[in-house]
Design a binder for this molecule. Sequence first.
Ligand SMILES: C[S@@+](CC[C@H](N)C(=O)[O-])C[C@H]1O[C@@H](n2cnc3c(N)ncnc32)[C@H](O)[C@@H]1O
Length: 264
Amino acid sequence: MDVYMSSKQQPQSLGEAPRTPCSWLEAEKKGALQKDGTEGPPGDSSKIKLSLQSHQRFVPTNYASYTQENYLYAGKKIVIQESIESYGAVVWPGATALCQYLEEHTEDLNLQDTKILEIGAGPGLVSIVASILGAQVTATDLPDVLGNLQYNLVTNTLKCAAHLPDVKELVWGEDLEHNFPKSTFYYDYILASDVVYHHYFLDKLLTTMVYFCQPGTVLLWANKFRFSTDYEFLDKFKQVFDTTLLAEFPESSVKLFKGILKWD
Ligand SMILES: C[S@@+](CC[C@H](N)C(=O)[O-])C[C@H]1O[C@@H](n2cnc3c(N)ncnc32)[C@H](O)[C@@H]1O
């Protein structure tokens, strides 16, 4: 069982400082850090500076209440700030399944220093675990969830990841070549958890998955299968990806697939 502690804590109001594993955020709130972020807690100051700039890029997501969930992966306690007010602000079962797989197959996957893109990252658990395991991660999602995603990434990776994860807006099927030109962006892995459910963007999602897969790229997609449309998406997925079922999680109905884009 990977969930370290699943008991919900009391919802926090927006004005209340979130409980965080990283005291530097508290220092930031109290004004202990200079504007360039180089003063404050011990550690690599350039790393802190980058993180702080990155953290400030997104305004806090404006949910009325938050809860916090604790997870344990790769030997680290991970605290995820969640809100039930958005699909993109709670951890879904596909995420815990994918994290379990990443943790158990780190050496096979050879994640150290690999470049990873996560699509539909939500509150960021998968990106955090991939970062802790040594990857250079870019976590992406719709604009309205990026503030909370950024918060979770920074607070959980600042002190324990060699490469601090980045956050970018990525709306499936929109402006891909403009925002992520293939000449500039190459990813070893594309990660996706519970991105297939009842929404109207399934074709754009598949287009996005295909777009980011270049020769050598491996797509890992974990999803809870609920609806006939989930299986219809899987059929389309299999038409364009050489597909391997890597794992099944019967207790949550999650299946984890590896996809390699067909090039013929
Ligand atoms: C069910 S949540 C899964 C979140 C996370 N991957 C997890 O498993 O915990 C689906 C995610 O996809 C994102 N999403 C939905 N439609 C999207 C779109 N058109 N473009 C980009 N992201 C989208 C949502 O914002 C949300 O974060």
